[in-house]
Design a protein. Sequence first.
Length: 260
Amino acid sequence: MADVMEETISGAIVRAFFEKFERHLAVDVGIVGAGPSGLVAARYLAQAGLKVAVFESKLAPGGGTWGGGMLFNEVVVQDDAAPILHDFGVSTRDLGNGYHTLDSVEMASGLIFGARKAGAVIFNTMCVEDICVREGKVCGLVVNWNPVRRLEMHVDPVVVTARAVLDGTGHPSEIVHKAVDKAGIKVDSPTGGIMGEKPMWMEDGERTTVLNTKRLYPGLYASGMAANNVQGGFRMGPIFGGMLKSGKKVAELILQDLRP
């Protein structure tokens, strides 16, 4: 009997997905949040040969990049961050005053494509409910479907083990909150907890986004606005240089820690 097209297509999707998911139940790096810093980190870590999985709760990865500033789909980066975008094949327009503008849709799609083609796998619509902590180290993520969470269905999650976990969830610092509030972990911050984000100050926020990118606890890192929220930095709005440089910096830190 000849294959029925519907059965062939459905079967191909189911088999391919579960093969992919099974291959990534144990990873070198689990990144939570597919915003700019997380995608940049994913690309550089995957290029270095690590197995990287990115978990994004929304349908579309890219974080807050898509809408630009107030739905004007243009964003700004500084001169020293533009080469990171160019490495992804994303074009920028040099303003000649230390800044570049670029199309936010091209940026979001370019970062996603660049991370994926480097070998990182992105699981969209998956949320992280909890973390795994064992013998003084964060060592995994507890994942579920985001629609399950939003519908408040009582469905148990599954675990993805990871040698390193990166909180790239942006302003909420969701993963660090789980470490601090649930596991009682004291992280590398002035108080040992989450300081909370300060109001807008673009210049200082850009500076501290990179400065605050660090290992917070064995196996646990934060980048982008998640890092700034933990350390009490200022927000910066639709300028993305600090986010990009934060992603590159955290990739370098994780590589240093994971390599013998």
